[in-house]
Design a protein around this ligand. Structure first.
Ligand SMILES: *Cc1c(COP(=O)(O)O)cnc(C)c1O
Length: 382
């Protein structure tokens, strides 16, 4: 058996090495390292894949979120609703811009925010909602979009973990994560489902005015060189990264299938195992399994299980150990311990298993056997 990794970027590269190397070499020969033709090709290809009108590439997923907030003309004190259980980037850019991140608890099954939870946090100052499609499946976007419309709120989707996931509306329409709200933001960080070989990100929108504005903001607030209409930022996707992404985008569906194969293997092994809960699917969404995350019963000591698995050559991770309101950076009068009981409980009980496109059956068998043996031994003692 090959050593098991949480994410196997090298193995994924080796499969398509000739194509990647050729694309990189072409960039080296052309030396158009910034805004080379590969960047436009990638934006067009991703837009076609997602059936989005506009894709604007940028430096990373956090920049994408920041640029999205800047494009919507929000002003100091405006409130933006975010999940308490997420990666920090979502709330960070809100705070950086002088806006107020307002946290809400998440659904105990899907780990995502829902319209019901968001409703309770809406105030006259609320301007936008950021649904994060956590671990690879969409939030229930139909009800969230309806709520946003009723309250005149913008929706910025954080699809850094769910690129390629599809949401089906009750009228049968199917849309990709990131193309449903006003703006979608994604990341091409190497370990993401569509990862480049460094930093990268993009914004998606079907609104031509917003697209124009986003392009300007990402490029120092200029449409015409040295004519700056607004304060912007410098956030670009390197040509080399775009060249790599042009190749890897062709494999995104294959990668999602491989991840789903591993997820189904885990599901079959664990669905009847007492003490763990397998990922609960959002009914109207496909899942691209950025993470495969188990929820452990309270009587299973996560640290001991983690150590046991690591000794057996099985890496695993806790995404995330702390909810936003308990992070030093986001401590505020507004929140106290216990405010978001679901997020807090998830932080104590989640465990993510190895998940990537290169997992082999003998590895999956080793992982599921070891974890099952451990959990059974704990349950017998109890
Ligand atoms: C990775 C990630 C980001 C940030 O992307 P970077 O490219 O690392 O800046 C934002 N939100 C979520 C949910 C993420 O997982």
């Amino acid at each position: 058996m090959n050593p098991i990794q949480m994410v196997d970027l090298h193995g994924q590269y080796l499969r398509i090495k000739p194509q990647i190397d050729a694309a990189i070499n072409e960039c080296l020969a052309e030396t158009a390292f910034i805004n080379g033709p590969q960047v436009k090709t990638f934006q067009d290809s991703l837009a076609a894949y997602l059936q989005a009108e506009h894709v604007i590439a940028c430096g990373n997923g956090t920049d994408a979120l920041q640029i999205a907030m800047m494009a919507l003309n929000l002003s100091a004190g405006d409130e933006v609703i975010v999940p308490a259980f997420t990666y920090v980037a979502t709330a960070e850019v809100i705070a950086l811009l002088g806006l107020t991140p307002v946290m809400v608890d998440v659904d105990p099954n899907t780990f995502n925010i829902t319209a019901d939870l968001i409703t309770q946090a809406i105030t006259p100052k609320t301007k936008a909602i950021v649904p994060v499609h956590l671990f690879g499946q969409c939030c229930d976007m139909e009800s969230i979009m309806m709520l946003a419309k009723e309250n005149g709120l913008y929706v910025i989707e954080d699809t850094a973990q769910a690129l390629g996931a599809k949401y089906t509306f009750s009228d049968g329409r199917v849309m990709y994560a990131g193309t449903i709200g006003d703006i979608g933001c994604t990341s091409f960080f190497p370990s993401k489902n569509l990862g480049c070989f460094g930093d990268g990100g993009a914004l998606m929108t079907n609104n031509a005015d917003l697209a124009l504005k986003i392009r300007k903001i990402a490029n120092h607030g200029q449409a015409k060189k040295y004519h700056h209409e607004m304060v912007g930022v410098n956030s670009r996707l390197d040509t080399l990264q775009a060249a790599i992404l042009n190749i890897k985008l062709q494999y995104l569906d294959e990668y999602a299938s491989a991840r789903n194969f591993a997820a189904s293997y885990y599901d079959r092994a664990f669905e009847t195992l007492e003490g763990v809960q397998i990922p609960v699917r959002q009914v109207n969404s496909t899942h691209v399994f950025h993470q495969y995350t188990l929820l452990l019963d309270n009587d299973i000591d996560r640290e001991s299980l983690k150590k046991y698995l690591e000794l057996a050559g099985i890496p695993c991770m806790v995404y995330y150990p702390l909810p936003l309101h308990k992070q030093e950076a986001f401590k505020s009068e507004r929140y106290k311990d216990g405010d978001f009981s679901i997020a807090e409980s998830l932080c104590n009980r989640v465990l993510s298993l190895p998940m990537h496109s290169e997992l082999e059956e003998d590895q999956l068998s080793h992982i599921t056997n070891k974890l099952t043996a451990y959990v059974n031994s704990i349950k017998q003692l109890a």
